[in-house]
Design a protein around this ligand. Structure first.
Ligand SMILES: NC(=O)c1ccc[n+]([C@@H]2O[C@H](COP(=O)([O-])OP(=O)(O)OC[C@H]3O[C@@H](n4cnc5c(N)ncnc54)[C@H](O)[C@@H]3O)[C@@H](O)[C@H]2O)c1
Length: 339
């Protein structure tokens, strides 16, 4: 393979366009050689904005591209597992946005297939691991600066959205835990470094988006996870923030504490008047994690170029999904879930 990693992107929606622009010019070692979308206007966008000539309607057409090394999937969650399998069978490396799948049987099927393709990098996009704040916290923990870690609290707040854009996707996104909280679940798993979850409890409420009732989802939720090394993790996740986008984590150990993601804006505030919204805080996850998306892409390219294992594995994605599914089950039953 050439030293440059030739990548084809699949999916040019809300997030896919951002990834495509990054891969086209901002990721050292990567070359965006092709793009796929079943939507004609998105293919036109790719031609106009990415300067590509190889633009296809299907993944299968992309896989016939003669110079392709890797495929970058930013497609609806319901397609992830099958498309990862298709790419692995074609012999290419694969990056896929989170989550791997909404059910564990499907996760296990993908993991089993991947075992037959050990030379190919397969990475799932939990980009928060590449954020400067979260990765500094991970280093401090590894250095023993906190003593023994025993408490983690995470919060993720999406700005309130008067249009309820995400309600449309809720039936296929997996809901608040699998779509949103799963980022914090992955980070907590990373911080506890191999400890196993033993018990999960979750609850939630639906206050701003009644449309979520049709798929039994909530717009605000909390959850706790107990780990077998004694760490107690708590999660608060909502799509109803009037303060703008926030993602934070507090870690407490026997000898110190860390806070990630605080005070990024002096006055995080959304003001609404005369049907107009003005956001003083961070408007969205792009603003918070712009650099993390770039570092994540570089980590994927580095793994391919240097023949290293994926920095974020299918197993990680499977274990995060396991916890998120347990949270959803606990929310629905009102009972704790024990592993
Ligand atoms: N890492 C993050 O923070 C983050 C943030 C947002 C979304 N996501 C994930 O990214 C994925 C995409 O989210 P989005 O908001 O961009 O969705 P979107 O609906 O805006 O975009 C989906 C894209 O997939 C394309 N597509 C649909 N069917 C296809 C098919 N059969 N073959 C090829 N392409 C197809 C669509 O044309 C569109 O371009 C989701 O899985 C979501 O969970 C991750």
């Amino acid at each position: 393979m050439s030293t440059t990693v030739n990548i084809g992107i699949v999916g040019l929606g809300r997030l896919g366009k951002r990834h495509a622009e990054n891969l086209a010019s901002r990721v050292p070692g990567a070359k965006l050689v092709a793009a796929v979308s079943p939507v004609e206007t998105e293919r036109e966008w790719a031609q106009a904005h990415l300067g590509l000539t190889s633009i296809y309607a299907t993944l299968e057409e992309l896989l016939a591209h003669p110079e392709l090394d890797a495929v970058w999937l930013v497609t609806p969650t319901s397609l992830h597992a099958e498309q990862i399998e298709t790419v692995l069978k074609s012999g290419k490396h694969v990056f896929c946005e989170k989550p791997l799948s909404l059910d564990l049987t499907t996760c296990d099927r993908v993991l089993a297939l991947a075992q037959n393709h050990p030379a190919q990098v397969a990475m799932i996009g939990f980009m928060r691991r590449f954020d400067a704040g979260y990765s500094a916290a991970k280093s401090r923990l590894a250095d023993g600066k906190l003593g023994t870690l025993y408490r983690i609290h995470c919060e993720s707040h999406d700005p309130i959205d008067p249009d309820g854009f995400f309600v449309k996707f809720a039936p296929t996104s997996g809901g608040l835990f699998l779509d949103c909280c799963i980022h914090d679940i992955d980070l907590v798993r990373w911080m506890v470094d191999g400890a196993k979850p033993v018990k999960v409890f979750a609850n939630g409420t639906r206050t701003q988006y009644p449309g979520l009732a049709s798929c039994n989802d909530v717009d605000t939720a909390s959850a706790t996870v107990e780990f077998d090394n004694g760490v107690l993790a708590s999660f608060f996740v909502s799509r109803t923030s009037y303060r703008g986008y926030e993602a934070t984590m507090d870690l407490t150990g026997t000898e110190g504490a860390l806070r990630v993601g605080r005070n990024l804006q002096a006055v995080p505030l959304i003001e609404e008047s005369n049907q107009q919204q003005r956001i003083n805080g961070l408007p969205d996850f792009f603003a918070r994690f712009n650099d993390a998306f770039l570092i994540e892409a570089k980590a994927f390219v580095d793994a391919i170029q240097q023949g290293k294992p994926s920095p974020l594995t299918l197993e990680d994605a499977r274990e995060a999904a396991k916890i998120a599914i347990a949270m959803r089950e606990s929310l629905e039953s009102g009972q704790p879930v024990t592993f």
